[in-house]
Design a binder for this molecule. Structure first.
Ligand code: ATP
Length: 458
């Protein structure tokens, strides 16, 4: 398993060839930092989101889901601080007219030995001058001064100029959970501590190169906000660090491909913050964040909305604004990590190489592929496919030799191949091949249902 063999080029090529991810607007020459999920990719991504939701909402004792609007009242972004401080330090190369993040330039130049997170804009500017950090595109040293660049996408509502009103595409899903704190608490009768989770699109006008689906301008976040009382926040912060880590190892990530990275420079509202980083093909990078956001969010929304967001303890009548432990992970960034972790090239006994994606079966697009050994067994195979499809996501393939069909399924990570052969007509059993071990067993239809139910659960 992952992964010395995987490179970003190999992943991008496999994703394109097998219908996992395509470049956005491809027939028009593409559009930077946008990608479209294909027939196989959309299934994988949905399964990732489903596994996350199951772990953090369905199977969680006191967590509730919401699906808030992407477009929110602009006051939300004033309260959250995004209109004033959600920005990157950017510099333009005057020679080739490309735009770069000063912190990224320093990180790349110092090969990760200097941490720009702790530097002010002036310190970054000085570093770039003193070390003569050149433009990575054209190699010249001809920079504008650092300017801050707000990452929020703006749009406007209203049909006439007079009624135009600036609004934003949300840069994070978290605010949808905060503004619904009272609604959720009231309708579920939840007592603090409790959680609100959401999966949804977020948008950021990112200027740095994307590394495939790692950093895109439109992406999905899976966020869980845990509302708790001050004083208990430290323990919950630790608990969520562990839960976030366990979720990843349960999905099949090797622990040595993951590490915690504590933030040196904390956002003004944060008490503690860390990332879990994954060893991506391009190196260690943030996969998700865990933040102790104190009572900042609810206090700010209380101040800006004029609505009381104070929680009243039903037992002792104590009033307080809850602290928030946030766990936030990008579905697309997790998808890239899942793809990298699963990718493998194996040399077989006959000397051939097979590319195989060792996904957790719950994440695989299809739990099984039904393959008639020969075309004249197609009617029986299709009947079996029709029956199994009621329970699982199952695909069907009759094109080409059985060996070629196995390879195609290996490349998209289908955990089991079910072959219908002439014996199947005699004794109603089928050959079930395991993707990873390539071993085969003979099972009846009822046994296949039980086998897939057990092996594909998360
Ligand atoms: P980075 O430092 O990589 O820009 P961030 O610290 O700004 O990330 P957060 O604001 O904490 O990220 O967002 C939470 C999560 O959302 C990240 O851990 C990541 O998984 C995901 N995410 C953030 N920005 C992007 C993006 N542009 N494309 C894809 N996923 C993203």
């Amino acid at each position: 398993m992952a992964n010395n063999t995987v490179t970003m080029d190999k992943l991008v090529a496999l994703c394109k060839a097998r219908g996992i991810v395509f470049p956005g607007s491809e027939i028009y020459g593409g559009m930077g930092n946008t990608w479209d999920y294909g027939p196989v990719g959309v299934e994988i991504k949905n399964n990732i989101k489903r596994a996350w939701w199951k772990r953090f909402v369905t199977e969680s004792d006191n967590s509730y889901g919401v699906d808030a609007a992407i477009l929110m009242n602009s006051r939300v972004w004033e309260a959250s601080g995004h209109t004033t401080s959600f920005s990157d330090p950017k510099m333009d190369c005057k020679h080739c007219k490309t735009r770069h993040r000063a912190d990224n330039l320093i990180e790349a130049h110092s090969k990760g030995t200097v941490n720009p997170d702790t530097m002010s804009d002036e310190e970054m500017q000085n570093y770039i001058s003193e070390h003569h950090v050149c433009c990575p595109v054209c190699g010249n040293f001809d920079w504008t001064p650092i300017r801050t660049f707000n990452l929020m996408f703006e749009t406007s509502r209203g049909v006439t100029d007079e009624s135009q009103n600036k609004i934003y595409l949300r840069p994070e899903t978290a605010q949808g959970e905060f503004v619904n704190f009272l609604n959720v608490q009231r309708t579920t009768r939840a007592k603090v501590p409790f959680g609100i989770a959401q999966i949804g699109k977020a948008f950021r006008n990112e200027i740095t190169p994307g590394n495939f689906i790692f950093r895109t301008i439109e992406f999905e976040q899976m966020e869980h906000q845990w509302f708790c009382k001050e004083g208990t926040d430290g323990d919950y912060y630790k608990e969520f660090k562990q839960k976030a880590f366990d979720f990843l190892t349960d999905l099949g990530f090797k622990a040595e491909h993951l590490r915690f990275h504590d933030h040196d420079k904390l956002a003004h509202y944060a008490k503690e913050a860390c990332d879990i980083q994954y060893l991506y093909p391009m190196g260690w990078q943030e996969l998700n964040g865990i933040h102790n956001r104190t009572d900042y969010d609810l206090s700010r929304h209380q101040e800006y909305s004029g609505k009381t967001l104070t929680y009243v303890d039903p037992v002792n009548g104590e009033k307080f604004i809850p602290y928030v432990i946030e766990y936030s992970i990008g579905a697309d960034r997790l998808m890239l990590a899942v793809l990298s972790e699963a990718y493998d090239e194996e040399t077989l006994e006959n000397g051939e190489t097979r590319t195989v994606m060792h996904f957790h079966p719950a994440i695989a697009a299809y739990k099984a592929a039904i393959l008639p050994l020969q075309k004249n067994l197609a009617p029986q195979a299709k009947e079996l496919w029709g029956r199994l499809r009621k329970f699982f996501s199952v695909t069907y393939d009759e094109a080409g030799s059985i060996g070629k069909r196995y390879r195609r399924q290996d490349e998209i990570g289908t955990p089991y191949c079910v072959t219908v052969d002439f014996d199947s007509l005699e004794n109603a059993t089928y050959t079930v091949r395991d993707r990873d071990s390539m071993e085969q067993v003979r099972l009846t239809e009822g046994e296949i249902v039980a086998f897939l139910t057990k092996n594909c659960a998360f």
